[in-house]
Design a protein around this ligand. Structure first.
Ligand SMILES: NC(=O)c1ccc[n+]([C@@H]2O[C@H](COP(=O)([O-])OP(=O)(O)OC[C@H]3O[C@@H](n4cnc5c(N)ncnc54)[C@H](OP(=O)(O)O)[C@@H]3O)[C@@H](O)[C@H]2O)c1
Length: 302
């Protein structure tokens, strides 16, 4: 049995599967909580029935219905699924930590920059006050509060919540949706492209989760965004340049509002300037601080 064992909710996804690989390479033991059977998986009902696997030293939650699954309409039922798949899984893990005889040392959860109200002038850091103003801000607040339910275990279990920007990597998320149109030279900014687009390269997000697991002084909220903010237009230019394609074809916001529903499209049509003040203050170092180097790395990835 490895000395350090990590339990990962949603460890089968875009971020989760990459995290599992990195942790395994570092010698960690891995158990994934999944709705699907698998060699290293347990189900959510197993978790409820049996509690945390023996010798779990860290718990991470990355579970959640994919919001940007464009095949799914933005119906009340889908919204409910988006909500409960994040909140209920986080509550389940927090509850199991509370009930465990042998506590893990850390509980790492993810949330989103949607907690900050879109604004072209304001700069947000982890210290900024957050209020509910739409579906996503309410989701993020409830998600973060769910992680805090392990308050009973606080003395022996650190809680770290990473408010992630758009995660950029070849295998999933936004890049997977945009790769083909940009590759065909049909890419471009959304609307006039001036809206901020908080982002992070997937390697940096994984490294940040590992840093949170391994660094005892890290606790509370961390903004999981690159230190150099960019706009949607900056991203489009950098991604198209990395692919050696033009980025002339703008996508009007109203088209996205129609296709995705305005409430969901806001994640792309509007944005906020988010800085990783605390993330850097606790000593985390980025591999890809700027959008050009991140896009180049993504495009050259095999
Ligand atoms: N990708 C981004 O740009 C981004 C940005 C900010 C925040 N996040 C958050 O980070 C987390 C992971 O993102 P990701 O891109 O890796 O997502 P992903 O690829 O869609 O994976 C999420 C995982 O959640 C599980 N899941 C999906 N629907 C579920 C449901 N209804 N109930 C329980 N589990 C469910 C799935 O695992 P099983 O099928 O094995 O059960 C899936 O592998 C999500 O919570 C997401 O909101 C992502």
């Amino acid at each position: 049995m490895s000395a350090s064992n990590v339990l990962i909710g949603g460890g089968t996804g875009f971020i989760g599967s990459r995290l599992c690989n990195i942790l395994k390479n570092k010698g960690y033991g891995i158990t994934v909580v999944s709705r699907m059977p698998g060699i290293q998986n347990i189900s959510w009902s197993d978790l409820h029935a049996k509690g945390l696997p023996k010798d779990t030293t860290a718990v991470v939650n990355l579970a959640g219905q994919n919001v940007m699954d464009f095949r799914r309409r933005w119906t009340p039922g889908f919204k409910q699924n988006v909500f409960t798949s994040r909140i209920n899984t986080t509550i389940s893990l927090a509850k199991m930590i509370n009930e465990a005889q042998q506590k893990p040392s850390v509980f790492v959860t993810i949330s989103g920059v949607g907690v900050y109200k879109p604004n072209q002038e304001k700069e947000y850091t982890e210290d900024s006050k957050c209020e509910e103003f739409d579906f996503f801000s309410k989701l993020c607040k409830n998600w973060e509060e769910a992680a805090d339910l392990n308050v009973e275990a606080r003395n022996c279990c650190r809680t770290v919540t990473i408010r992630s920007g758009v995660v950029l990597g070849k295998e999933g998320g936004m890049i997977k949706q945009l790769y083909l149109p940009f590759y065909l030279g049909l890419g471009g900014p959304v609307g006039n492209g001036s809206q901020f687009m908080p982002w992070i390269h997937i390697d940096d997000l994984i490294n940040l989760i590992v840093y949170a697991i391994e660094t005892p002084k890290v606790e509370g909220i961390l903004n999981g965004v690159a230190p150099q903010p960019c706009t949607n237009k900056d991203f489009s230019k950098a991604f198209a340049k990395a692919l050696r394609r033009p980025a002339f074809v703008p996508l009007p916001s109203f088209v996205l509002n129609l296709l995705l529903n305005k409430e969901r499209a806001v994640m792309i049509t509007e944005g906020q300037k988010v800085l990783p003040k605390k993330t850097q203050a606790v000593g985390f170092k980025y591999k890809y601080p700027d959008i050009e180097s991140a896009c180049k790395a993504i495009v050259s990835e095999k």
